[in-house]
Write a protein of this length. Structure first.
Length: 170
């Protein structure tokens, strides 16, 4: 099961991941095109202040996902290691928004000044249609975000720790 992992010590809070996410989920797939879309793309990753730095947060794709349990139409499903969303089945009732304990299901917004909600939600889909993997990971200039298995992440953290120990020893 692949996931997005965060090394918070590397995050600068630059929000490159948020911008890349918006572009990847826009109809035009370009920055300038996305700015003029009727329903502007929403970032599905959120860089939040954390201590002296920042921390990128996105859907955790929970195995026992509360959003999936709350979805009355089956628009949200657990599939191949991720919570996937089918907008065609969504009623826009907002039960998943209420049920997500982390706040990662969000109502879609319109381009209108009032930013009224429209039918549907926005949530991380791990950029399942991108051959290169999640856009946020690709855009991160510091390597704070990685995409892999929990084992891959653990190995990388152990190697990083060993490098740190070696530097301290000299």
């Amino acid at each position: 099961m692949f996931s997005i992992f965060v090394d918070d010590a590397k995050c600068l809070g630059c929000k490159s991941c948020e911008l890349a996410c918006c572009i990847a989920h826009s109809a035009s797939q370009t920055l300038f095109g996305a700015l003029s879309e009727a329903v502007p793309p929403q970032n599905r990753i959120h860089v939040e202040p954390y201590g002296a730095g920042a921390f990128p947060l996105q859907c955790r794709h929970c195995t026992e996902a509360q959003c999936v349990k709350a979805c009355v139409t089956g628009a949200l499903k657990w599939q191949e290691g991720a919570v996937v969303y089918d907008g065609a089945q969504c009623l826009g009732c907002g039960m998943c928004v209420i049920a997500c304990p982390f706040g990662f299901c969000e109502s879609l917004k319109t381009a209108q000044p009032a930013r009224e909600a429209v039918k549907g939600i926005s949530k991380c889909d791990l950029c399942g249609t991108r051959a290169a993997g999640p856009a946020c990971v690709e855009a991160c200039p510091t390597g704070s975000l990685t995409f892999g298995t929990p084992g891959d992440f653990s190995r990388a953290k152990r190697r990083s720790y060993l490098v740190h120990l070696q530097k301290e020893a000299h």
